[in-house]
Design a protein around this ligand. Structure first.
Ligand code: HEC
Ligand code: HEC
Length: 394
């Protein structure tokens, strides 16, 4: 049996030495699967050899030995080889700690096999990933996933699913407007008239708008509705893309003069008023400790302090340029009043519960803006920093 052990050990050792070779031939082309297959083949070959040896040994023992064992039993004995209990007194070591003595039994061969197996695997793995470098599989997987995500995003944005009140643009393509007209006739004409001349609802043909006449405003009005006044919210029935389409159609009616046109409602639309937030108002000061903020020329020193606070306390959720956990904060000072912004920073919990604009944001971002326990001075400095982060002043 001792001889068998030596043979086994040699085999494992040889395969361990030759594995880089296998990895190289297998992995030269950069084919990860080939390497795995090669490794599996080595192990299968080894196992076969071991089995064959066990058979041979068992047979031999059968010839020499009276109490022969079956090949399976032989294999079992081989991988569990240890000193029998009767002989344990022979391997008891001399030292004695308060009656506890050390038994110097062998490590079971199955354990050693696993150990060597992992060593072989580690070598193959290291060579494959780090030496011949055919296995930058993680990076490739990442790139692949990113490509897939990008494609999906493109598909989504083509379908209009990503359009929001903040990003919407008016469509002008006649085909789009034609689709918009269909949606309009089906859903809106009952209240706004076949040609948008106005009926229960206001007309879409003049310069006067109750809720603003830019595409962003119109998108927002259609999407959220004005339930108190009988204009329902359409976002559960129309996709963002459809809302964009019908909104664009509605805007294309401006300047037409269909018969029975309803009189003007609301105020004359000035396109410079189009607000990015889809309905938020600079008059809204929010709810919280801040009632009035004096702002003058930008104080760069203060803005610098604010930037530090922002990086430490806010950047986990906010980026300036793009949406993250929370909204992109570029231009936020143009769409929210300074008081509102400071109250949002100092008192977010109540703001998202009670302030309409903040509630709307919560509905969109589905995460609660965290209270970072800033002092009023810190919040003021952040406000100053945000004032520097606009598309014109930068
Ligand atoms: C049940 C009647 C009804 C239907 C159906 C309806 N609306 Fe309205 N809509 C109204 C009323 C009433 C108002 C005025 C709300 C107000 O006074 O604040 C309104 C206002 C609007 C406004 C804002 C106008 C302004 O002056 O600011 C837009 C835009 C609008 N609707 C678009 C649509 C579109 C698009 C559809 C179809 C998808 C639609 N509406 C379907 C009743 C309706
Ligand atoms: C846990 C993430 C988180 C942290 C931290 C956080 N915010 Fe927010 N913030 C949000 C979310 C999400 C919203 C949108 C409203 C909501 O869902 O509660 C928001 C909204 C805002 C708004 C309104 C934006 C708009 O478009 O009108 C401002 C301003 C703002 N945060 C500033 C800050 C500042 C300044 C800090 C650091 C002191 C900060 N936030 C820290 C998540 C966060």
């Amino acid at each position: 049996m001792d001889k068998l052990k030596k043979i086994l050990f040699t085999l494992v050792f040889v395969s361990f030495l030759s594995s880089p070779l296998f990895a190289q031939t297998g992995g030269g082309g950069g084919d990860f699967e080939t390497i795995i297959k090669a490794v599996i083949a080595i192990f299968a070959a080894l196992t076969a050899l071991v089995l064959w040896l066990v058979f041979a040994v068992a047979e031999k023992e059968e010839l020499e030995d009276e109490n022969a064992v079956s090949p399976l039993q032989g294999f079992w004995n081989l991988i569990n080889k240890r000193t029998p209990i009767e002989d344990e007194n022979k391997i008891l070591l001399e030292h004695d700690f308060d009656g506890i003595r050390e038994l110097d039994n062998k490590i079971p061969p199955w354990f050693n096999a696993i150990l060597w197996g992992t060593v072989v695997f580690a070598i193959v793995y290291m060579v494959n990933y780090h030496i011949i470098g055919s296995g930058n599989v993680q990076e490739e997987e990442y790139a692949e996933e990113m490509r897939a995500a990008k494609m999906q995003r493109e598909l989504l944005s083509e379908s209009g699913a990503l359009v929001s009140a903040e990003t919407v643009t008016a469509l002008t393509d006649p085909a789009d407007l034609e689709r918009g007209k269909k949606i309009f006739l089906k859903n809106c004409a009952a209240c706004h008239g076949q040609n948008g001349e106005g009926l229960v609802g206001p007309n879409f043909t003049d310069e006067y708008w109750i809720h603003g006449g830019g595409i962003k405003n119109v998108f927002h009005t259609i999407s959220e509705g004005v339930p108190a006044k009988g204009m329902i919210s359409w976002k559960s029935q129309l996709s963002p893309g459809e809302i964009q389409t019908v909104g664009s159609y509605v805007l294309s009616l401006r300047g037409t003069s269909p018969p029975n046109q309803k009189g003007p409602e609301g105020k004359k639309w000035d396109s410079s008023e189009e607000d990015v937030g889809g309905g938020s108002s600079m008059a809204d000061k929010g709810i919280g400790p801040i009632k009035n903020v004096e702002i003058g020329a930008i104080d760069l020193q203060l803005a610098k302090t604010g930037e530090e606070v922002f990086v430490a306390k806010c950047s986990a959720c906010h980026k300036i340029e793009k949406r993250f956990v929370g909204p992109a904060l570029k231009d936020v000072t143009k769409k929210q009043s300074p008081e509102w912004i400071m109250n949002m920073i100092l008192n977010p919990a109540q703001m998202i519960k009670e302030n309409a604009t903040a509630k709307k944001l919560l509905a969109e971002y589905l995460t609660q803006m965290a209270n970072q326990n800033l002092t009023q001075d810190e919040a003021r400095s952040v406000l100053e920093y945000l004032r520097t982060q606009t598309s014109d002043k930068k």
